[in-house]
Design a protein around this ligand. Structure first.
Ligand code: BES
Ligand code: ZN
Length: 610
């Protein structure tokens, strides 16, 4: 008996689930889902089997083949990170049917009332399962070691529609009881409801399970891409324009990393409270609306989520201890796609922005140096609490270092071979290193692989990008201290990324007057690009320019992306009493509109600093 993942109750002696069949009845009036799940095990099992759950009410457990009850026990005490283990006592069963209801406070779901949506007419609900929230939707072995196929029937009000990280099979209804449904379905298909059916034929880790239900419309973007969003013409039009280059990126991905294995690559633009920039749900990437800036720069986030189609969704980290295999590889792959479609200069800027992020994160983690390692030990640690740029940027640097060592052509060949060798598997750092040593003989003599994967901080052979624009912008930022502002001419060709790099390289705090002068000249606090706006507002808070606090408040109230909430709340709570009180007031007034995961993250910022 041994746990196979620090974040799951799954035991090494238990068979893994291979298939899950879900029926979900959405109760928008109570923000709950009444559900059943049939889990198929890899082999029949006798004895206890433990499943992960969080905040689920279990109503029944039976064997659907023999229709007999299966004894079960839901541990009444929840582990603060892993949730409540559900133990089912099996006697040679290979299928388990579980009836359950989700909680209004499910950490995986955000329920929006009509006033919180664009159209203000219908409610909206969506999932976010990574890292360990799938268990707050259905009982499962919530570890990426496990890969499952699934099908799902979503029973929803007929005015709404559903999308999933799966193939859409059909929409049936309105259903009133007879509409061609089998009798067990007719029980839960009430008047004025419809059923949307989906199937995911490729095995995926549970964290990639996803759906959204609401008044959703779509536009064609390319031969295998549609963009979905709340059905408002202007939003859909803007999104379709922003993502017009998607097919070109998919082709670049295929050239670099091998065939695209997921058939479709659709995009869903979520309401502004979506806590991430993007989430790589297979076949249906989820995106924050903040990526739509009207200048096609949102493509970088799409490139990243697309890259996960190979690195992450095909090859998955075995547990979160090896998260860098997902995100470091994807950051590398994203930048290769960006380089191919937008050129070397833009790719270098992104590497430079990442470099600064890495340096700052290592500094921020100086009291928690353990989490500056690529290979982590997350026993007793909530992955949402230690989420940082380390796995992304240090992981990127490691792979880039290997590329420099063996040359691009050889590295490209290596990456292709790596993906082909491990696709549809979940692997650990050791497996990657063994594959590397086997395919690049002698690599360990040139690169200190142990320091890279197990050491803290930034290895000496990590590197800043070499690029004229990058170097120019960084040196301009350093000159700001002497009171020099970039001239109109110097910034003539700057877009969001150039400004972001500039702002992030400015001294941590400067004279308030200088901050105001910079903004009067370049209107950064009004930028439509949140990366720029938030970088500027951070500087404004640290320099105590309180004339910007109304913009800070507005920003904290209109977006729920944690990449923006984290630095803004952190800068505020690190300020004087006045800023802390301001931060608490804004959070108290806004908390309800944030995603449950974002609420938790902001609360932990307060608890660390107040
Ligand atoms: N998979 C991540 C998002 C994630 C990570 C969600 C861990 C939950 C737990 C996604 O691919 C990602 O990295 N998104 C970035 C995009 C950026 C790097 C372009 C984000 O949200 O900022
Ligand atoms: Zn990612």
């Amino acid at each position: 008996m041994a746990p196979i993942d620090p974040h799951s109750f799954t035991d090494s002696t238990h068979p893994l689930t291979t298939d899950i069949s879900l029926t979900l009845y959405f109760n928008f009036s109570t923000s709950t889902i009444t559900s059943s799940a049939v889990l198929t095990l890899a082999s029949p099992h006798t004895g206890d089997l433990v499943l992960d759950t969080r905040n689920l009410t279990i109503t029944l457990v039976i064997d659907p083949i023999t229709n007999t009850h299966i004894p079960f026990h839901l541990n009444p005490v929840a582990d603060p990170i892993k949730g409540q283990p559900l133990t089912v006592s099996l006697t040679n069963n290979s299928k388990i049917l579980i009836g359950f209801v989700t909680s209004v406070s499910s950490s995986a779901l955000q329920w929006l009332n009509p006033p919180q949506t664009f159209n203000k007419k219908y409610p909206f609900v969506y999932t976010q399962c990574q890292a360990i929230h799938a268990r707050a939707i259905f009982p499962c072995q919530d570890t990426p070691t496990s890969r499952v196929r699934y099908n799902a029937k979503l029973n929803i009000p007929h005015q709404l529609s559903a999308v999933m990280s799966a193939r859409h099979v059909e929409r049936r209804g309105p259903v009133s009881g007879e509409a061609g449904l089998s009798c067990d379905e007719s029980l839960w298909c009430g008047e004025g409801r419809i059923v949307e059916e989906f199937v995911m034929e490729q095995p995926i880790p549970p964290y990639l399970f996803a759906f959204a239900v609401g008044e959703i419309g779509c536009r064609e973007v390319g031969p295998r891409t549609r963009v979905y969003a709340e059905a408002v013409g202007s939003v859909l039009d803007a999104a379709a324009k922003e993502f017009a280059g998607t097919e070109e990126m998919i082709r670049v991905g295929e050239r670099l990393f091998g065939e695209y294995d997921w058939e479709r690559f659709d995009l869903l633009v979520l309401p502004p409270s979506f806590p991430y920039g993007g989430m790589e749900n297979p076949r249906m990437v989820f995106l924050t609306p903040t990526v739509i800036k009207g200048d096609a720069t949102g493509a970088q986030v799409v490139a990243h989520e697309l890259a996960h189609s190979w690195t992450g969704n095909l090859i998955t980290n075995k547990t979160n201890d090896h998260f860098w295999l997902n995100e470091g590889f994807t950051t590398y792959a994203e930048r290769r796609i960006v380089e191919a479609v937008q050129g070397e200069e833009i790719a270098a800027l992104n590497i430079g922005i990442g470099w600064k992020g890495l340096v700052d994160t290592v500094e921020r983690f100086k009291d928690n140096i353990e989490f500056t390692k690529l290979l982590t030990n997350q026993e007793g640690v909530d992955p949402d609490d230690i989420y940082s740029e380390i796995p992304y940027e240090k992981g990127f640097q490691f792979l880039w270092r290997i590329e420099r060592q063996i040359g691009r052509a050889a590295f490209d060949e290596f990456v292709k071979k790596y993906i082909a060798a491990f696709k549809f598997q979940s692997i650990d750092t050791q497996t990657f290193l063994e594959f590397l040593r086997a395919n690049v003989p002698g690599i360990e003599n040139d690169i200190d692989l142990k320091t890279w994967t197990e050491g803290t901080g930034i290895p000496p052979d990590a590197m800043e990008p070499v690029s004229n624009i990058y170097t120019k912008i960084v040196s301009l930022a350093h000159e700001f201290k002497q009171g020099r502002m970039p001239s109109e001419e110097e910034v003539a060709n700057w877009h969001g990324q150039q400004w972001e790099l500039y702002l992030e390289n400015l001294p941590k705090s400067v004279e308030a007057l200088q901050v105001t002068a910079l903004d009067q000249r370049y209107r950064l606090s009004e930028s439509k690009d949140y990366e720029v706006k938030v970088a500027f507002l951070q500087l404004a808070i640290r320099s105590r320019c309180n004339e910007y606090y109304n913009v800070v408040e507005k920003t904290l109230k209109e977006v729920g992306r944690m990449k923006y909430l984290r630095p803004l709340y952190t800068a505020l709570v690190q300020g004087k009493e006045e800023e802390k009180i301001f931060a608490q007031r804004v959070f108290a007034e806004t908390r309800e509109t944030y995603h449950p995961i974002a609420q938790g993250v902001v609360e932990s910022i307060f608890s660390k600093h107040l």
